[in-house]
Design a protein around this ligand. Sequence first.
Ligand SMILES: C[S@@+](CC[C@H](N)C(=O)[O-])C[C@H]1O[C@@H](n2cnc3c(N)ncnc32)[C@H](O)[C@@H]1O
Length: 237
Amino acid sequence: MKKQEKIVSMFDDIAPTYDKANRIMSMGVDRTWRRKGCDKAFGYYGKSSVDMIVDVACGTGDMMDYWQRRAKAAEISVDRLVGVDPSEGMVGVGKEKFSDFEFMIAPATDIPLENESADMLSISYGIRNVVERQKGLAEFNRVLKPGGMVVILEFMKNENPSFLGKIRDFYMNSILPKVGGFISKNREAYEYLPNSIEGFLTVAKMQDELEEAGFEVLYTESFSMDISTLIIARKKQ
Ligand SMILES: C[S@@+](CC[C@H](N)C(=O)[O-])C[C@H]1O[C@@H](n2cnc3c(N)ncnc32)[C@H](O)[C@@H]1O
């Protein structure tokens, strides 16, 4: 099996317990990060109505729920909200949770949407799983309108960890695989998480790749001992 297929099949396997494991492991702090991503992006975009928001690697749909709720709070009307993910297992759980949401089974590298049709595109804890990342970023650029926003939430590699960063690494490398493995009965999947972060990009490198793919990076912030990073970029006009 190719690396990308293996990753998707791993998510198919852990889909039934994904939400439970996520809630316990993140201790709920991801709520603040997700909310901030939506609010900041709406703020930069500055429009009171949008045609389409796309959540790539949507998994079980939580980020879509945040988009809907934050749009409502800011009185922004959203015509269409679409979730895209190649894992049928993850999307299956999403459909049960959010029966009125629109989901598509597809990878980040081949999004079944028209050119320049989306106002916003998010990917939360998903870009790390896209093996052909440059192809994915080019696809985000194709789907977004000029001036459209991309919102990335991710666990980025930290090259020079501070003391707190080392605690984070210990949590990620030693505690999390045990907890996630226990809940999902799939230890391998939760060992993949720290390994994939270690093999992933630093924030600076991610910014460079976004710029190369035709985006202007507007905002970056790392939260909670640098566990999670938010990057907001705009497609160049
Ligand atoms: C850690 S989950 C994140 C799910 C969701 N965005 C969230 O915040 O809870 C990663 C997701 O990436 C998806 N994924 C894996 N490979 C992908 C690809 N090539 N393109 C898009 N999504 C992918 C997986 O199926 C999985 O649902």
